[in-house]
Design a protein. Structure first.
Length: 151
């Protein structure tokens, strides 16, 4: 078939220049919230978030430019396991672990409900510009499965 009739993909996928993970598109509004006051993101649009916890690249662009964890003004999850899972409301891994230990989902449920409100500013505050619900649910299930396997 003639290539003139094949549609090109609308968006290219960028991969982290250090670890090769598939990047998650993120806006400069998000990146700015993790840089010192007044500093502009030194990345081209579109920029990407590297989701690999062990990789020190946080943001990168298709030109090979990147920002490392040390370039940010505060730690981000999942790069730093002690950073809040939820950047908007401050839910931590310890909060999730307490819910599992106590056999409740009180803290987790509150944050998931809050994430559906206008008070959630995920595109600004979450390192990947997305809701934290997937991270919270994944970590809760990991803790729950670990607790269940001990019994």
């Amino acid at each position: 078939m003639n290539k003139a009739f094949i549609r090109e993909p609308d968006q290219s996928v960028d991969y982290c220049p250090r670890c090769g993970s598939k990047g998650q598109p993120v806006g400069h509004e998000t990146i700015r919230s993790y840089l010192p006051e007044g500093k502009r993101p030194p990345l081209a649009d579109p920029a990407n978030f590297c989701p690999t916890p062990q990789c020190d690249v946080v943001y990168f662009d298709s030109f090979g430019q990147f920002l490392l964890t040390g370039d940010l003004t505060k730690p981000v999850y999942p790069k730093d396991p002690d950073a809040p899972l939820c950047a908007c409301f401050g839910l931590t891994r310890q909060d999730v672990e307490r819910d599992v230990r106590e056999g409740v989902v009180t803290r987790v449920r509150v944050i998931i409900e809050k994430s559906k409100t206008a008070a959630a500013h995920c595109t600004q505050l979450a390192a990947n510009g997305q809701s934290c619900v997937a991270y919270i649910q994944k970590y809760y299930l990991q803790c729950k499965n670990a607790a269940d396997s001990k019994h």
